[in-house]
Structure formats: structure tokens, C-alpha cells
Design a protein around this ligand. Structure first.
Ligand code: SF4
Length: 321
């Protein structure tokens, strides 16, 4: 769980009120090694806050974050440095995430130096070169000498992936890893990420607003809406047997790469509610075509539909009418 105190400005420009925003509220997700979990939802649903909590960039106001058996939610500075080596993030914007004054070799060797890996500069150079080759940038010797401005967006994102993986982490999070890239090169970057996660036996979390992308890359999927995970399970099962009306709406709004699934391009009706003034009951009820009376009064409980497929909706609980 993560709460933020939010100062709300009114017309006279004075701060009049302090509200509490529960950016992430009582979510329960997991990811196994060698597996990719896709986290999908509209902007503001809590995906990025979840990522920052998992990386120790935010401290949760409640709950636990376990890496193996270790709770990483309240680490000391020293423990955090060690944890940072095990958990890495790939950011959305390959233009912002690389230092424009650093050659690519320095960008990739820097984390090795910080964590004291490699006996000397030459060994670190060879490690950096190897991971750059694995990331599809060949001949690596030439790419090592370039600056970011001498590379395309796709090449920069490959460098960002190489930099994240050079420390041999156990766990990576990629936040909208291809949304800033040209459509024609997105599949290549996603394929690289998926291969790296599988062959290196990493636990991977991919965050996106695009359920088609999540379907392409993830083994399991968690659908988030306003700080809650409303549905999670095996990705193919979620696509074929989606239970939650919000998952249904996301799929209907997605461009359809598979004609057999008969998705149509529709908009999700209504605006997402203000996160500091959440609706009572189910948070999705003002936009839900299947809303019942109980949905306006009572928060739904998570229901296990079998095979690890869980859904947060009154339609499937004994509370439903
Ligand atoms: Fe719709 Fe009710 Fe289910 Fe919420 S609990 S998604 S309002 S049917």
C-alpha cells in the first residue's frame, strides 16, 4: 500500500486542503523467476507507483514487499545498495535515461564500478562489450565508442537494457519500454526483453497501458484500476476468459492483432475518477456497464476463479445480487 498526502489548490490559489491519495491500495502480486508479469491499466492507475515500491524508490505505508524470503520494504542504506544490484529498472524514455555526455562504454561500465564488479577496467570493458553484443548491438566495439546522440531510439533502448542487465540482477522492471519508440522497432525490443528474462532466469515485470503489448510479452497479467489489481492470472486465460468488466473494456479498446478474438476499437466510457476523491464501493462503478446497487455501497472482495485467476468484482462473489 502507498499513500501520498496531496495538497489540493482551490481557485484563490491558496492551499486549502490536504487529502490522502492511496496510489496503490492493498495489492497482492507476485512474479516467479524466468517469468514475466505484465501490469496493465490506464495512466494514473498505480502501475508506476507499484514499480517504484518494488524497487525501493518509495517506502510503503503498509504491507510487505518480498524478494525471495526477504522483506525489502524497510532496508538500511547499506542493504539498499546491495538490493539495487539485484533489482533493475528500464525506463520509458531512451532519450532521457542515458547521460548524453557519456560514451556508451562508460554508461554500461559505470554500474560495474559503483558495485565493485570486475578486477580492473579491462575486465569491466569486456563485460560491457559482451552484454552489448547480447543486446543486439554489433559490432559492439564500435557501439562502445558512440555517444547517445549518435544512435537511434531503438539502439538507445538496447543500451538501457544492457546497462540494466550488466549487473546480473534477479529482477527487472520495464516501465512502458517501447511507448516512445517507432512502431516498426517495438517488436524487436520486446523480443529482446523476453529472451533476456527467459535465458537469464530473471523475474520480469513489464508495465504498459497497452494490453496487446502485455499479451505479447507476459506469462501472467495483473490488470490495475485506480490503485487496485482488479484481475490477475495467466495471460492467455485473461484474454480468453476475462471476467472483470474493466478488463473487458481494455480489450475492447485495444487494437486487435488477432482477428479471431473479434475485439473492436471502442473507447472506455467516462473519465477515471479523481484518485483523491474515490467513488464509494467498487471504484469502477461510475463507468461499469454491469454496475449493480451493491457495487455503489460495498467494495468487492477478491474471488478465486481457479488456476490462479483472481477477480475483484461483485458479479462473482456471494455478495453479488
Ligand atoms: Fe462493475 Fe460492480 Fe463488478 Fe465493479 S463490482 S466491476 S461496478 S459489476
Amino acid at each position: 500500500r502507498k499513500e501520498f498526502n496531496v495538497k489540493v489548490k482551490r481557485d484563490d490559489s491558496k492551499v486549502k486542503e490536504v487529502a490522502t491519495l492511496k496510489a496503490v491500495d492493498g495489492i497482492n502480486i507476485y512474479v516467479n523467476q524466468g517469468e514475466t508479469l505484465g501490469v496493465v491499466g490506464e495512466s494514473g492507475c498505480g502501475k508506476t507507483t507499484t514499480a517504484k515500491l518494488l524497487l525501493g524508490l518509495h517506502t510503503p505505508t503498509g504491507g510487505k514487499i518480498l524478494l525471495g524470503d526477504n522483506d525489502i520494504s524497510h532496508l538500511t542504506k547499506k542493504e539498499m545498495k546491495h538490493f539495487r544490484r539485484r533489482a533493475q529498472m528500464i525506463f520509458q524514455d531512451p532519450y532521457e535515461s542515458l547521460n548524453p555526455r557519456f560514451k556508451i562504454k562508460d554508461t554500461i561500465m559505470e554500474p560495474l564500478e559503483i558495485h565493485g564488479i570486475g578486477i580492473n577496467k579491462e575486465e569491466r570493458y569486456q563485460m560491457a562489450k559482451k552484454i552489448l553484443e547480447e543486446s543486439g548491438l554489433k559490432p559492439a566495439d564500435q557501439f562502445m565508442e558512440r555517444f547517445p546522440h549518435e544512435m537511434s531510439g531503438g539502439q538507445r533502448q538496447r543500451v538501457a537494457i544492457a546497462r540494466a542487465l550488466v549487473l546480473s540482477p534477479d529482477f527487472i522492471i520495464a516501465d512502458e519500454p517501447v511507448s516512445m519508440l517507432d512502431v516498426s522497432i517495438r517488436a524487436g525490443i520486446l523480443k529482446l526483453l523476453r529472451n533476456m528474462i527467459t535465458t537469464r532466469n530473471l523475474a520480469g515485470i513489464i508495465i504498459s497501458h497497452d494490453i496487446s503489448l502485455i499479451r505479447y510479452i507476459s506469462d501472467r497479467t495483473a490488470v490495475m484500476y485506480l490503485g487496485k489489481v482488479v484481475e490477475q492470472g495467466n495471460t492467455e486465460e485473461i484474454i480468453e476468459k476475462r471476467y472483470h468488466p474493466y478488463t473487458e473494456a481494455l480489450l475492447e479498446a485495444a487494437p486487435n492483432p488477432d482477428p479471431e478474438l473479434k475485439f473492436s476499437l471502442k473507447k472506455i466510457t467516462g473519465e477515471a475518477p479523481n484518485p483523491v476523491d474515490l467513488p464509494t464501493g467498487c471504484r469502477f462503478h461510475p463507468r461499469c456497464p454491469k454496475c449493480m446497487d451493491i457495487c455503489k455501497r460495498m467494495e468487492p472482495r477478491e474471488v478465486d476463479m481457479g488456476n490462479g485467476h483472481r477477480v475483484l468484482c461483485h458479479l462473482y462473489s456471494e455478495d453479488g445480487e
